[in-house]
Each structure stands twice: as C-alpha cells, then as structure tokens.
Design a protein around this ligand. Structure first.
Ligand SMILES: [Zn+2]
Length: 561
C-alpha cells in the first residue's frame, strides 16, 4: 500500500490537467489524431472493464464476474475455441478466503522475569491461517537474519542455527550483494516462508525495519487489517501452499521491534544496518514467544478465462504459447478523495484489453501458427498469483512459453517496449525479431528495484518451469513528444514514477489517466508478431544454459525437443 496524494493536486503538479481533468469522459484520446481501429477497440474495452459498474473486479465478487462475462463474450465473438472446463471458456479456480479476526490474536514476549503483551494492530498483526481457524504456539525464539538460504551464492542465514520446534524472528529483504533477480526471488515472502518451514520452524514473526516503514507504512497495513487473503484450495479442502508447519505467522511494526531484541545485545536498528552491509548473523533470542491467531475461512470459487487458436501442425499443435493478463483488481476500499473503487485501469484492464486485441489480430491473420495459442485471462493475481498458479499446474495442454501483460504503464507516448525477464531464455531473440519487424525499440527495465519479474503472473509459469516474459510499456519518448517541454506528459519514465508513487493500487488508477491507446495497439501488434514467431519456430522456447530460474524450476527437457 502506498500513501496517496490527492488526484487533483497531483494532476496540477504534473501539468496533466489539460490532458485529463478538463476533457469530458467521452473525449477521444488526446494524442490519437488519426483514428486507429485497434486503439479504439482497446480503449472501449478498458473503459468498460475499468468502469465503476465492475466495482474494482475483486476476486470472488459480482464485479469480477461481470468483467469475466465481458471477456467470455469477446472470446465468443472472436470465434476462439473454448479451452476451459467442459467445453467452456471458464476454468474453475478453487480458493480459500481467509480473514483474520482481532479477537484471539496474541503475541506475548515471555522472558524469565516478565511477560510483555503486544497490542494487535498497534504492535503486531497476525496473518490469516487458511488451514487452522484457531492456532496457537509457544516456543523459544531464534533470530534468523533475513531467512535466506542461497547455497549457489554461498549465503545461508540458517547456518549454525537450530530452528526445529522454534519460532523464527526474521527481517524482510535479501542481501544487497545479490543480483536483482536473485535478490527479488529470495526477498519474496513466499520463499522465506518455505525456507523457514523447511528448516523446522513452527511459527514466524516478520519484523519491520525503518526502511520497510518508509516504503509500506505500518498505519496503512493496520488500517486494512481485515482485508481477506486468498489461498488455492486442494480437493481435501486444505490450502495448497505447504506452509501448514508454520502454525502462526505474525508481523511486528518497526516501532515495536526492539521489544523482541531487548536483552539480546542488539537493537533492531543495528540488525537492519547489518543486513544492509552484509554482516548480519542469526542467534538464539533470550525469550520465548506465545502466538495465537484466529481466522475466518470460507471456500470460494473463481475462474480463469481460456480461449485457444488451434495450431495447424498436427504434432506442434499439442504445444501451446500462452498470452496472459490478470483481470482481478482490489475492489472497494477505504475512500481516497471520496472515491472507494479501485478501478484498475492500467492494472490490469489495459493488459486484458491488449490481450483481446492480440487474439483478434491473430484470428484475422491469413496464416495461423503451427503451435496452438492460448489467451488466458487470470483471476486472483493481486493476492498471490493464484489464478496463474492454478492454470500453470492444470493446463489444458502442454505449455511451452508465457507472455504476460500486467499494468502496462503507457502514460506518455513511446516508441519502445520493456521486456522483463526475456533475457533468461530464447524468448529474447524472438522478441527482438518481432520488434524489429514493427520498428519498435527494446529498452532495459527502468525500475529493476521493483522486481516485477517475480511479482506478477509470469512467475507462476516460471515456477512451473516454463520460459516466460513480461512485456511492459516503453521509456523512450515517442515522436509526438519531440520538441515539447519535458514533463510527465512527454517523458514516459517520469509519468511511470508518478503513477507508481501515487495511483498504483489506488482509486486514481482509473480511465481519466492519459492512457496512450495507439501505443497499446502497437503492443498488441507486437504480441501478434511474437506469437507467429514462437508458434512457427522449429524449436520451442528454451531457458538459457545455466540460467538461475531455468536451473531451479525446469524439468529436464524431454528427448523429443
Ligand atoms: Zn496487476
């Protein structure tokens, strides 16, 4: 969650008023002088999917279902083959909706001479537990640094520590010495939880640092304490995450952190600094923790939407190239400037609309690809990539690549795209060919610190061993901006930074932003070119030799390929 400056003051500050606020809702896109039918179709779909009628498309709500019906209608109108369950376009995704209850949440620091009772919301939050509605645990505590086990980088925060039957106390992040991909991977909460469970911990307490507080203020987290979390649901009704050994997981605010380290000879600030300079070591804490969490758990079903353009080659058509984009967003939340609906226009109505346009162009193309092409509009991305995880592990046919769109930040004219994660596999070469054929430039990720490759749906495909690529909007100013004043209307990176700071996941990510629909149409054309190249290549996409993600997740290649 990010703090939001009011939309009006932001727009005035950026000089965007002329482009946005002063146009009536029906005005054509400011930069779109020549009518471009593809741009107009994308714009119409964004305006529909991000309209207030869709109520922010939260997974499990009527608003999401309405938006899903729109996508199904588009698939049908395009004449695409249904590739969901039982001859439909919908693939059921079984979920658990877990909501923490304030009553029964407990975190006590138990020392020999005294017990300190921390206050729920002020000092700590428990995580919802989708497997155990009433969980409690009391055990000695061990500080495990950042909880990172990376033998390939000769780094092991667990070395010399015995976590069996203990409660782990852990900091966020990963060592600064790691490259962006490895740091992002090891900093992810899911990886940390898996590592803690694998080392025998029965509970975990994440401790916020001053740095965490700066990027994700505790007050904002605490204000949304009752927002539900989702998990995938197995046939036996339990959560699919393998984290059951961790009976209670909690988070402690930076302000309360020293209550855990008192008497250890360290302060939270010293430990956070040691984490930054690479000298952090774990140790047993001179205390026990008593943790309890109560959770309201409800099974719900959502759906992915799946359509196919069948391949033309009898053998290669068994393999599929996936074009994915998530449909869900954050629904309704606390009001900001009187607006409660998180419409999610960039995130990710735009990605879905571009994917639909890609499908249309490929359907209308004279030559079909030899491999099958799947267009997959996913659910439950925002809470943890669950729709993508379900699809990648329950595909209608073998998947050989994923090209994902999520929140393309097309807010000022560009002439390029940013392919994130392409460099891990042969997808990079195919993308270069496709981009060159359309005179589209390729640029490096302008915000590597955002670590988006492991934060959106393509990562669920990566975890399933499938080479993947995340296409984002470009950073090179477009021809329309040449000779104009450099500001957020002409400099893409400036517009993107402002968006990330103020409107990401907030009500102002709506259709009043200066979305560059001609650039969106170009992205659809690029995806279509990429689809033909990947679909017709003799060899399916491959991870690069020795690649970090390929080595970690890919099964050995079958001998037929
Ligand atoms: Zn998104």
């Amino acid at each position: 969650m990010r703090h939001l400056t009011g939309r009006c003051s932001l727009l005035l500050a950026l000089g965007l008023c002329a482009l946005v606020a002063c146009h009536p809702a029906t005005a054509p896109a400011a930069s779109n002088a020549a009518p471009d039918p593809a741009a107009a179709r994308i714009r119409a779909d964004v305006r529909l999917l991000a309209s207030d009628a869709m109520q922010g498309r939260e997974t499990g709500t009527p608003g999401f279902e309405r938006a899903a019906d729109v996508v199904v209608a588009r698939f049908r109108a395009l004449g695409l083959q249904p590739a969901g369950d039982d001859g439909s376009y919908s693939q059921r995704v079984p979920l658990l909706k877990a909501t923490r209850l304030a009553d029964g949440a407990r975190l006590d620091v138990v020392r020999r001479d005294r017990t300190i009772v921390l206050r729920f919301r002020d000092h700590f939050l428990t995580e919802p537990n989708a497997d155990t509605v009433d969980a409690s645990v009391r055990a000695p505590a061990v500080f495990v640094g950042q909880g990172v086990s990376a033998p390939d980088l000769k780094h092991d925060d667990f070395a010399g520590l015995d976590l069996h039957g203990k409660i782990a106390v852990v900091l966020g992040g990963a060592p600064a010495a790691f490259d962006d991909d490895r740091r992002a991977f090891h900093a992810s909460r899911g990886e940390k939880l898996r590592a803690l469970a694998a080392h025998g911990a029965i509970g975990a307490v994440f401790v916020d640092t001053a740095q965490d507080e700066a990027t994700a203020p505790w007050a904002a987290q605490a204000a949304n304490w009752d927002r539900p979390q989702l998990r995938l649901r197995a046939a036996d009704g339990h959560a699919i995450d393998g984290l059951a050994p961790l009976r209670v997981v909690a988070r402690v605010s930076a302000a309360a952190a020293d209550l855990l380290f008192d008497g250890s000879g360290h302060t939270a600030a010293q430990l956070a600094k040691a984490a930054q300079d690479g000298s952090l070591r774990g140790f047993a804490l001179p205390l026990s923790l008593s943790l309890a969490a109560r959770t309201h758990v409800e099974p719900i079903d959502s759906r992915n939407l799946v359509a196919r353009l069948p391949g033309t080659d009898a053998a290669l058509a068994r393999e599929a190239i996936v074009f994915s984009a998530h449909l869900d967003h954050l629904g309704i939340g606390a009001p900001v400037d009187g607006d409660t609906i998180r419409n999610g226009a960039l995130d990710n109505a735009l990605g879905v609309a571009i994917t639909l346009e890609t499908a249309r162009q490929l359907h209308d193309a004279k030559a079909a690809a030899k491999r099958s092409l799947l267009f997959v509009v996913l659910t439950a991305e925002e809470q943890g990539l669950f729709g993508a995880q379900w699809f990648a592990t329950h595909p209608p046919q073998p998947l050989v690549a994923d090209v994902n769109l999520d929140m393309p930040m097309l807010l000022a004219p560009t002439r390029d795209v940013v392919p994130i994660g392409a460099a891990h596999s042969s997808l990079h070469g195919a993308l270069q060919d496709a981009a060159a054929s359309l005179h589209v430039g390729i640029s490096a990720d302008p915000f590597p610190e955002e670590a988006v490759f492991v934060r959106s749906d393509q990562f669920a495909f990566v975890r399933a061993g499938i080479p993947s690529l995340y296409l984002d909007g470009g950073v090179v100013p477009g021809a329309a901006s040449i000779g104009k004043r450099a500001d957020a209307t002409t400099v893409p990176k400036l517009a993107q930074r402002e968006f990330l700071r103020h409107c990401y996941h907030q009500p102002c990510d709506d259709v009043r932003q200066p979305i560059q629909y001609p650039d969106a149409a170009r992205m659809a054309a690029l995806e279509a070119q990429l689809a033909l190249r990947l679909g017709n290549a003799a060899r399916a996409p491959q991870w690069n030799a020795g690649d970090f993600f390929g080595a970690r997740f890919a099964a050995p290649a079958p001998s037929s390929r």
